[in-house]
Design a protein. Structure first.
Length: 308
């Protein structure tokens, strides 16, 4: 393939996500579950700065503690850069500097956002000029949430969550996030789902999971109250077993005026839906007064893109 002129350095940004709705199918023979989820990209971002390098390296900074993150070949951003280089026939390396603001192991897809922003940044840095379709295929190889971090907006995810279809959304939805100071293992949450279903076989779904139509209607109408009534997460009970301290956080947000409260993905981040920007600010203040780390974000926002 023809490689265009490379850039000196590239700054790319990708958003974190909230799962507005999550249905989890039965355990499959391969050990995975099919899901049906409604994603919304929100205004909490990961920033990736890509520089020419002899090999592949990454360092972290940002507003959260990144001390425990791997910086070797197991890091998802490094894997994304290497995958793109291999597929595009690029011999150069890259040094990545990632400013992290999305909670680590928080159910908001921070690592997936890193990978999506890295794909976009390296594509521009190396001048590989891959189209969105090719980048989406690479993203799907990296993880179930990476394609959505690339696409952004609001979308329905099926299969492992990587088969996306855009969801028409009008207006802006305002959320307050309560961030935990610890992470939760997504595989452990899914194992807990299976344990709960062994205890209560009636919870095992008979059919393939689907997103409720009411979620789509609420998004199309831009109606926060209607969306609040439709929020659902099959993972929430499993997460609460692993992190029971989240239950009073959910209750606190509801009592402080949230339209609805939900654990985002596998957690432990809790997302509170507010009726508007003013209500979200009031809720953020109330949660902060209770010694919680609370952030006001909005969605939907665009997916991974190059800045500047």
């Amino acid at each position: 393939m023809t490689i265009a002129a490379a850039a000196d350095a590239v700054h790319a940004r990708a958003p974190g996500k909230i799962n507005l709705f999550m249905r989890v199918g039965a355990l499959q023979p391969d050990g995975y579950h099919d899901v049906a989820t409604a994603y919304q990209a929100v205004s909490l971002y990961e920033d990736v700065h890509a520089y020419p390098g002899m090999g592949f390296s990454v360092e972290f900074s940002g507003s959260i503690d990144t001390a425990g993150l791997p910086t070797d070949r197991t890091n998802l951003a490094i894997r994304a850069a290497k995958l793109l280089a291999r597929r595009a026939g690029v011999s150069q390396g890259v040094h990545l500097e990632i400013e992290k603001h999305v909670p680590i192991a928080g159910g908001m897809g921070g690592g997936s956002a890193d990978a999506a922003a890295t794909l976009i940044a390296c594509d521009a840095l190396w001048g590989t000029e891959l189209g969105r379709e090719e980048l989406h295929a690479l993203a799907a190889e990296l993880g179930a949430d990476v394609p959505f971090a690339l696409a952004g907006g609001t979308a329905i995810g099926t299969g492992r969550g990587d088969r996306l279809s855009p969801a028409l959304t009008t207006g802006t939805f305002h959320w307050v996030l309560a961030l935990a100071d610890y992470g939760v293992s997504t595989p452990e949450v899914y194992r807990q789902v299976d344990t709960i279903r062994e205890e209560r076989p009636e919870l095992v779904p008979a059919d393939a999971p689907e997103v409720d139509a009411e979620v789509l209607h609420a998004l199309r109408a831009g109606d926060a109250g209607r969306l609040a009534a439709a929020l659902h997460n099959d993972l929430q009970d499993a997460t609460l077993r692993l992190a029971p301290d989240l239950a009073p956080v959910l209750d606190l947000g509801r009592s402080a005026g949230a339209l609805a409260a939900i654990v985002s993905g596998s957690g432990p981040t809790v997302a509170f839906l507010a009726s508007g920007a003013d209500a979200a600010i009031e809720l953020q203040v109330a949660l902060s007064a209770s010694q919680l780390t609370a952030l006001h974000v909005h969605g939907p926002v665009p997916g991974a893109r190059v800045l500047g």
